[in-house]
Ligand binder design. Structure first.
Ligand code: UD1
Ligand code: MG
Length: 451
């Protein structure tokens, strides 16, 4: 089994924030959540998160079943790992990760764990053009990793080394438990350095297997908001590339944001400034206009979502046309060939095939049959200040403009409602309902004049 230890006790001073650093978001998820989501995919893995600054807030933010360890004083990375030891098994492989290094790939973690053997541990290193501030990897004459020297403790010659310690390591838990107590804090920062493990392991006759990540960004830690923005940009660039490789043309890959999981069919077109949150599925030949926000939505083949449309927890059927400026709220199900036009809001609305709600309407808690036409300015009055009620409009009904449908109410198949009606009773099928004051024309009437 694998015991994952995630260090997340640091304050993150350079974020200049009341929010603990690991709770800042990248692509809509906290940095720590990224680490948990990736590492929890390892088989037979248990996770222990070490918190300190903002412990309570950090714990409340995570729903996954993890063990929590507390580091009340931040005395160094070795001291932090020590706090997690009580939840570690004896026969597991321990994998040390960091709550502020969000983009590590599962494959890298698998390799790290796979290289751990009797008498060997794994260390993730990377070569940087500018290694300032990082722990340097010292290799012996044969090229084997022999130690890590922190920047502040390094000699001028050691500071020339551009291979650095990412901090990520994997080793047998029993070795970790044996070695940690041997670490002291006699160094430039007076901290207990986890990096001292390397020398201790070597002295114990162990081999330290170095491994490199596929990209530098994988091991990029976040210390300030500039780095956060850079990594977000990199992440979105990767998401854009995936979408394009899977069949979507992006008007501008730099103005495209995925904050969840987006799947696309072939010949999808996505215009600029769209945001995809949660799970979003776009079928073949789907077109998304500029400035749309789609959250947990499925958009079927050939559907067109026009500019400035906001869609949440909704299904849009084949060849449907939605927007511009439409808002489809949770529970909306638009069947095939439906149409929703500008300034229309829907909520818990099931709309049958071929039906149209083209202008300025609110349709909530409603079930519409097929080929219904909802005129401009129609409102389903679904709320009586205490309860929500259902409006049912059956196949082929025609609702005149500016109609108020006071729910619960039903309009039968093929029925017609005259414009401006307030409908409080059932309209039987095929009949015309007119529910408004009748027009009177007053002959000889004079407008008031100013006194
Ligand atoms: C550490 C490594 C360094 C490596 C660098 C990579 C050590 C001694 N040094 O340095 O070799 O190049 O990371 O970024 O390990 N943390 C705690 N409790 C503590 C101290 C730290 O939870 O008492 C957490 C921090 O929140 C942070 C991480 O551990 O997420 C790294 O700590 P930090 O102080 O940033 O270490 P560095 O000096 O960057
Ligand atoms: Mg750091």
């Amino acid at each position: 089994m694998i015991d994952i230890v995630i260090l997340a006790a640091g304050k993150g001073t350079r974020m200049k924030s009341a929010l603990p650093k690991v709770l800042h978001k990248l692509a809509g998820r906290s940095l720590l959540q990224h680490v948990i989501d990736t590492s929890s995919q390892l088989p037979e893995a248990a996770i222990t998160v070490v918190t300190g600054h903002g412990s309570e807030q950090v714990r409340e933010s995570i729903a996954n079943p993890v063990n929590w360890a507390e580091q009340t004083e931040q005395l160094g990375t070795a001291h932090a790992v020590e706090q997690a030891l009580p939840s570690l098994a004896d026969d597991s492989v321990a994998l040390i990760l960091y709550g502020d290094v969000p983009l590590l790939e599962l494959q890298t973690l698998e390799k790290m764990v796979g290289l751990v053997a009797e008498k060997s541990m794994t260390l993730l290193t990377v070569e940087l053009a500018d290694a300032t501030g990082y722990g340097r990897i010292v290799r012996d004459a044969e090229g084997h990793v022999s130690a890590i020297v922190e920047h502040k403790d390094a000699s001028d010659a050691q500071r020339e080394i551009c291979e650095i310690n990412t901090g990520v390591m994997a080793l047998n838990s029993d070795d970790l438990k044996r070695w940690l107590p041997q670490i002291g804090n006699d160094n430039a920062q007076g901290e207990f350095y986890l990096t001292d493990l390397i020398e201790i392991a070597r002295n114990d006759g162990y081999q330290v297997e170095p491994l490199q990540p596929a990209t530098e960004q994988e091991v990029q830690g976040i210390n300030d908001r500039v780095q956060l923005a850079e990594l977000e940009c990199h992440y979105q660039h990767c998401q854009a590339e995936v979408a394009m490789r899977n069949g979507a043309t992006l008007a501008d890959p730099a103005r495209f944001d995925v904050r969840g999981e987006l799947t696309v069919g072939n010949d999808v077109f996505i215009d600029v400034n769209c945001v995809f949150e949660g799970k979003v599925q776009l079928g073949n030949n789907v077109t998304i206009g500029p400035n749309c926000i789609l959250t947990n939505a499925t958009i079927a083949d050939g559907a067109e979502i026009k500019a400035n449309t906001v869609i949440e927890d909704t299904h849009v059927g084949i060849n449907a046309i939605i927007g511009p400026f439409a808002r489809l709220r949770p529970g909306t199900v638009m069947a095939d060939n439906t149409k929703v036009g500008n300034f229309v809001e829907t909520k818990k609305a099931v709309v049958g095939s071929g039906s149209k709600i083209n202008h300025l309407s609110y349709v909530g808690d409603a079930v519409l049959g097929a080929d219904v036409n909802v005129g401009a300015g129609t409102i389903t009055c679904n709320y009586d200040s205490a309860n929500k009620s259902l409006t049912e409009i059956e196949d082929g009904a025609f609702i005149g403009s500016n109609t108020a449908l006071v729910a619960p109410v039903k309009v039968g198949p093929g029925a017609t409602v005259g414009a401006g009606s307030v409908i409080t009773n059932e309209v039987p099928g095929e009949q015309l309902a007119v529910a408004r004051g009748r027009q009177r024309n007053i002959e000889g009437w004079k407008r008031p004049v100013k006194k």
